[in-house]
Design a protein around this ligand. Structure first.
Ligand SMILES: [Zn+2]
Length: 354
């Protein structure tokens, strides 16, 4: 069962892809385990947490259980999500959304992406024996597009803005071209990204950190972390929910701007292309997660992103620019009081692909 996140209308199946009112759908209930956490094999990818996952089918390429390492130079811990099979945290959501596609009998999945989500969905579709069609900006980096093509997926380049790419994909979904495996719209994707929270808690002996920091575009990981930590607390596995802090790119920062924390820096941050989202469909839910966790969002400049990416590389963390916004923002969060000295902070290093 799915329910609308705005008007509460109910839908019995994993279709349509959004409510008739236009809002995103979610699962009506969050599955929760009985009892305390047992031992985890750490060999089943996200499916180690199947008690929290709302689908029965399974697909895996060995995602999940990324290292949580100390980063004393940043006074934080880093969750190394860039070590995933296709190079980003999107593998978690791709595993669950493709499992859902199998469950509903889809044979062709569609997705629109600036790169990482497209590669993840195409790779997991290939693993499951499903056809995939990935819509990308015509300006997308050639290396990313080639990786997607190598999975056997059909790549559809779209001229114009990132929003135009989504529109083209939605037009194809509406005309019956396939099932929308969207990392922005499909709730199955968020069930997968929520496993990041389960792992962070497991790796900390079931203690939630004070705060988690992640890049924020569509909110795929941001909302996954919120939902995951909320489910852990509901299950009684942890006692607290961390503050969820998001980093946006200057010029593409709708949430940070509303929060009064956008930057006056006139130049758009074109380096952090993974979060060039001006109107996220789950914006309302992102704001709710910020309110509920005493979270925040800030906008990061291109200069700070480039500087921080070099600093990460010098410390042995080889990540893409979008990802560097998360550590670049730590200073802003500390100056603004959203992070205090001594706070226990986990930063998600989200992607490695260039
Ligand atoms: Zn609705």
């Amino acid at each position: 069962m799915r329910t609308c996140s705005v008007c509460d209308r109910e839908y019995p199946r994993a279709e349509p892809w959004r409510c008739s009112c236009g809002a995103p759908l979610d699962y009506a209930t969050q599955p929760l385990p009985d009892g305390r956490p047992g031992q985890f094999s750490r060999t089943s990818g996200v499916w180690d947490f199947d008690e929290f996952l709302p689908m029965d089918e399974r697909v895996s390429l060995g995602e999940g259980w990324t290292p949580l390492v100390d980063a004393s130079e940043w006074d934080a811990s880093f969750k190394l999500e860039y070590l995933h099979p296709t190079g980003s945290f999107k593998d978690r959501g791709a595993a669950t959304v493709i499992a859902e596609a199998l469950e509903v009998g889809a044979d062709r999945v569609l997705e629109d992406s600036s790169g990482n989500a497209g590669l993840a969905v195409a790779s997991y579709a290939a693993r499951a024996g499903l056809d995939a069609e990935i819509y990308v900006p015509a300006s997308a980096k050639k290396t990313k597009v080639r990786r997607i093509e190598r999975t056997g997926a059909d790549v559809v380049p779209v001229e114009g803005s990132r929003a135009a790419v989504t529109e083209a994909c939605i037009d194809a979904v509406e005309s019956g071209a396939g099932w929308y495996a969207s990392h922005a719209w499909n709730p199955a994707f968020f069930a997968g990204t929520a496993t990041t929270a389960y792992e962070i808690a497991a790796q900390r002996d079931w203690n939630a950190p004070d705060a988690v920091v992640t890049p924020l575009g569509h909110g795929t990981l941001f909302l996954g972390l919120y939902r995951g930590f909320r489910a852990l607390e509901q299950a009684g596995w942890t006692d607290t929910i961390p503050r969820i802090l998001g980093t946006q790119a200057v010029g593409y920062s709708p949430i940070a701007d509303e929060d009064g924390s956008g930057s006056d820096d006139a130049a758009a941050n074109d380096l952090a292309d993974g979060i060039h989202i001006r109107d996220p469909p789950r914006g309302r839910q992102i704001r709710h997660a910020i309110d509920e966790t005493d979270g925040a969002a800030v906008a990061v400049s291109a200069a700070a992103t480039a500087r921080e990416r070099d600093r990460l590389g010098a410390a042995g963390f080889h990540v893409e620019p979008t990802c560097a916004t998360a550590t670049a923002a730590l200073t802003q969060f500390r100056e603004r009081g959203e992070l205090q000295d001594g706070d226990d902070v986990v930063v998600a290093l989200t992607g490695r692909n260039d």
